[in-house]
Ligand binder design. Structure first.
Ligand code: NAP
Length: 264
């Protein structure tokens, strides 16, 4: 049974333009689902939609929305209300580097909106639809920064931790239903966003050494859907996290995470 047969006609990728979101969009299209592509860059999304339609013979729909805006979900929910929705993934994130007190309040507000408020609104909305129809799947995206904490990137790390813990709990609540919920934690993944924020020197080299391709992340995410509630992408990331947990203190791990961006 492919994703369309199992979960429904349409999936929505919130943050689809490039990177992990694009890989997720292509993955569900390959499995026969029509795709709602959401992001801020409408032209790029339309190009992606066209290429997905040509390659996989499915329909696509583009919704331009900025998740930092308070009312952005009104349009998304309105434009998907008549579709047979069966999949959702909230992929987008927003972060800035610097100490908490040195970051302008508007940036904090944007991070809260993108990483917490709009995420929760979308998760809540589609989860209600899926549980009501007793059919559907949700994959949310966390980060290794959410397992520890993320000095010089503190609010982002806390937001990814929120996504991780909230999704894990809900995934457990949905067990033994026909709604599959999973959170996948990513380590370094080669996306345009990563490449524009890569730390310099040895830290940057270490980051790239462990980096995964977005397509490999998507493969692992979908392989685990319906089987595991919480997944860490990549053998290297799993081993690394295990090693830190077993052999180091919490304080050491926090300082290690801080070592990547202390020059930002
Ligand atoms: N890359 C990594 O190394 C890494 C590591 C750990 C975790 N992650 C997680 O993986 C996910 C994907 O990361 P990514 O590197 O692919 O990059 P990303 O910067 O989150 O971009 C993903 C997509 O989200 C859209 N987006 C970003 N901000 C948006 C906003 N305010 N409103 C609407 N759409 C928005 C972007 O398209 P538009 O510009 O068109 O809006 C982009 O296509 C995130 O949740 C991130 O936390 C990534």
């Amino acid at each position: 049974m492919n994703l369309k047969e199992k979960y429904g006609e349409w999936g929505i990728i919130l943050g689809a333009t490039e990177g992990v979101g694009k890989a997720f969009a292509e993955k569900i299209a390959k499995e026969g689902m029509n795709v709602v592509l959401v992001g801020r860059r409408e032209e790029k999304l339309k190009d992606l939609g066209k290429s997905i339609e040509e390659q996989y013979g499915v329909q696509t729909k583009v919704i331009r929305a900025d998740f930092a805006q308070d009312d952005c979900t009104d349009k998304i929910f309105e434009e998907t209300k008549d579709l047979d929705m069966g999949f959702m993934s909230y992929v987008a994130c927003f972060h800035t580097f610097g100490k908490l007190q040195d970051t302008p309040w508007e940036k904090h507000q944007q991070m809260i909106n993108v990483n917490v408020v709009t995420f929760l609104k979308c998760f809540y909305h589609y989860l209600q639809i899926f549980t009501k129809q007793d059919r559907g799947a949700i994959i949310n995206i966390s980060s290794l920064t959410g397992w520890s904490s993320s000095p010089w990137n503190a609010q982002y790390g806390a937001g990814k931790s929120y996504i991780l813990k909230l999704t894990e709990a809900v995934a457990c609540e949905c067990e033994n239903t026909n709604v599959d919920v999973e959170v996948i934690t990513l380590g370094t993944t080669i996306t345009p966003s990563l490449l524009s924020n890569l730390p310099g020197g040895p830290a940057g080299e270490a980051v790239m050494k462990a980096a995964m391709a977005p397509e490999a992340v998507a493969d692992e995410a979908f392989e685990n859907l319906g089987k595991n509630l919480s997944v860490i992408a990549g053998e290297h990331n799993r081993k690394n996290l295990d090693n830190w947990r077993q052999n180091h203190t919490e304080d050491e791990y926090i300082r290690y995470m801080g070592s990547f961006y202390s020059d930002k």
